[in-house]
Design a protein around this ligand. Structure first.
Ligand code: GLU
Length: 460
């Protein structure tokens, strides 16, 4: 019996050893990343994935991948593909370790790609332009020109639908992105396109007339994609990474950073804002630039703030007596050394100096971009009230250094039950939230309108 056991154990050891052996000379994906100290990731340029802003590359995928590379403690290289097809070839040729490009996990793709757990879910939406009749379903498209991105999940879905609607036709475009196609619907160059719900959320502010006609798909998962041809060593690390950031709430924070301000925005206001960018902003742009340089801000952030304050009207006045393009109170103006609040140059300098003062006063542990949003909230509601809201956030288990958490508690400053226990008492916290979220939206639009490396980018 004991000999039998010995033989059995021996066989087990040999077998395990055999199973662990792999062809020599070839590194696993994980070894490749670690030994060469470099993670190579293919992405695409889009507001939902990866783009450049004044502080350098940014976007949801950028943040996620950066965090993953930091966790592996390796350098990071991005390949920015010009279209979806190029992403798939880059993966197939083994030129990137994986794709972080807002890719939807679909049945067809499962043959070639292995997806991580999703970081987001999206729905495909059929887009038409306001002013044209709204189609209710595929049969309603009436031959209007439908253009979709080549190689996209949308095409796979259209093929499925064509089985039921044989008359369904569309054009596939390699040259245009989803964003370009939305622009073409807006300017009536094409009748319809299909976009994912997340991309529409981020882009519709720029195209005020595009509308959702109907949903084309169920909820679909979006995640990172690895070629099935590679081993799964790095893939497993990525899976653990997603499980961890999901459980720790970090994923929610990142999503909030990119999508949090969107719900608050009024689309009618966008159209007026765009008009004012042309008609009013040129008169003040230089003043914003000068103030930005003096006080270490991005001029577009100051301009966004001034728009929220006064719609760039230097004669603005409120019933409570604040006035000027930055709507300073008499006391603040005095503290900031401003003599004439209705003088745009003085007002912009005064407002910027005050924002800088508040921002510097914030505790050091508050990091960007939350530092900007909390400073703006303090500008609106007062530093003391903001600290009260941060205390409530802390007491109720939130993180007082994150705008995402503080904004949920600010409205409580209106509620007697809560404000009684605070140091500074009642305040219109809900207004402060709206104030900051509007500025974030205006700022996004200005970043896009004036996006060039030649712009003064003094953001910290
Ligand atoms: N999520 C879409 C896909 O995976 C991307 C659509 C696009 O913007 O091209 O195909």
């Amino acid at each position: 019996m004991r000999t039998l056991l010995k033989i059995f154990l021996f066989c087990m050891i040999v077998l395990t050893g055999l199973l662990c052996v792999r062809p020599t000379g070839k590194l696993t994906q994980l070894e490749d990343v670690l030994q060469n100290n470099r993670l190579i990731v293919v992405t695409r340029n889009a507001s939902s994935t990866y783009y450049e802003d004044p502080s350098g590359p940014t976007g949801l995928e950028f943040d996620l991948v950066k965090m993953f590379a930091d966790r592996l403690n390796v350098e990071l290289k991005f390949i920015v593909a010009s279209d979806l097809e190029q992403i798939f070839t880059t993966l197939a040729q083994g030129k990137a370790h994986f794709a972080a490009a807002g890719l939807t996990q679909t049945q067809d793709r499962a043959k070639l790609l292995r997806f991580t757990p999703p970081y987001q879910h999206v729905v495909q939406q059929l887009i038409y332009r306001q002013g044209s009749p709204r189609p209710k379903n595929i049969a309603d498209l009436n031959g209007g020109k439908l253009v979709v991105v080549a190689g996209s999940s949308h095409i796979e879905r259209l093929h499925e639908l064509r089985r039921k609607y044989p008359e369904l036709t569309w054009e596939e475009s390699l040259k245009f992105s989803n964003d370009d196609l939305l622009q073409k619907v807006e300017s009536r160059q094409i009748a319809y396109t299909v976009v994912d719900s997340n991309e529409l959320l981020l882009s519709r502010r720029f195209y005020p007339h595009v509308r959702v006609a109907f949903e084309l798909s169920e909820k679909q998962p979006v995640g990172w994609a690895f070629s099935v041809k590679t081993d799964d060593t790095l893939y497993r690390q990525a899976v653990n990474f997603f499980i961890d950031i999901y459980n720790s709430g970090v994923l929610e924070q990142i999503l909030e950073r990119y999508y949090g301000h969107i719900g608050e925005f009024d689309y009618v206001a966008t159209t007026a804002f765009k008009l004012h960018i042309q008609q009013r902003l040129p008169n003040y742009r230089e003043l914003f630039e000068i103030a930005a340089e003096t006080h270490g801000f991005d001029w577009r952030l100051l301009a966004a703030m001034a728009y929220q304050e006064s719609h760039w009207n230097p004669r603005a006045i409120s019933p409570t007596g604040v006035r000027g393009i930055m709507m300073l109170t008499r006391i603040t103006a005095k503290q900031m050394g401003i003599k004439k609040r209705t003088d745009p140059a003085q007002s912009i300098q005064g407002g910027s100096r005050y924002l800088r003062f508040l921002k510097d006063r914030l505790p050091d542990e508050i990091a960007e971009p939350d530092r900007n949003w909390l400073a703006l909230a303090a500008y609106n509601i007062g530093y003391g009230h903001l600290m009260d809201a941060r205390n409530i956030t802390r007491q109720t288990g939130g993180n007082p250094n994150l705008w995402m958490d503080v904004k949920k508690k600010l409205p409580r400053l209106r509620d007697e039950k809560w404000y009684q226990k605070t140091r500074y008492g009642f305040a219109r916290g809900d207004e402060a939230v709206r104030y900051v979220e509007n500025i974030r939206s205006y700022y996004q639009i200005l970043l896009r309108e004036f996006d060039s490396s030649t712009e003064i980018a003094a953001r910290e």
